[in-house]
Design a protein. Structure first.
Length: 134
């Protein structure tokens, strides 16, 4: 009985921490907490709660995959912008920089947003200079 209460409390605590991590966008931690809670519920033979934790862990894994895919897409688009800038293709660079900035904004990645904003400003300057030389 005492052991049951202790393990049950650990399961409830892990599930609560998983919910908190999920809501804050820390999907890797959420997945780990939900898996821990699932194991504890399984040890208590509470299959319904264990199944709920499995569903939450799966949802966290999907979100984690989506988040990583978004990051890769944003980073790839930012690199394309930098490459186009280096090649002197300012229009393409600016378009890619705007796209990357939007992707970073959607991910709340302020460092990425700031980097792309600086590139856009540099492109505006370089494009104005190029127009003046024509």
């Amino acid at each position: 009985q005492e052991n049951y209460q202790r393990v049950f409390g650990q399961a409830v605590n892990a599930a609560a921490k998983g919910d908190e991590a999920f809501l804050s966008g820390d999907y890797a931690s959420a997945q780990a907490y939900f898996n821990s809670a699932m194991e504890k519920y399984n040890a208590l033979h509470d299959t319904q709660s264990a199944a709920q934790m499995r569903s939450k862990a799966d949802a966290a894994a999907l979100k984690l995959g989506d988040t990583l895919a978004q990051k890769y897409q944003a980073d790839d688009t930012a690199q394309q912008a930098r490459d186009s800038y280096a090649a002197g293709n300012f229009q393409d660079a600016k378009q890619k920089a705007f796209q990357a900035k939007q992707l970073y904004t959607g991910m709340n990645n302020s460092a990425g947003v700031d980097e792309m904003q600086r590139l856009i400003e540099q492109l505006d300057t370089d494009m104005a200079i190029a127009r003046g030389l024509q």
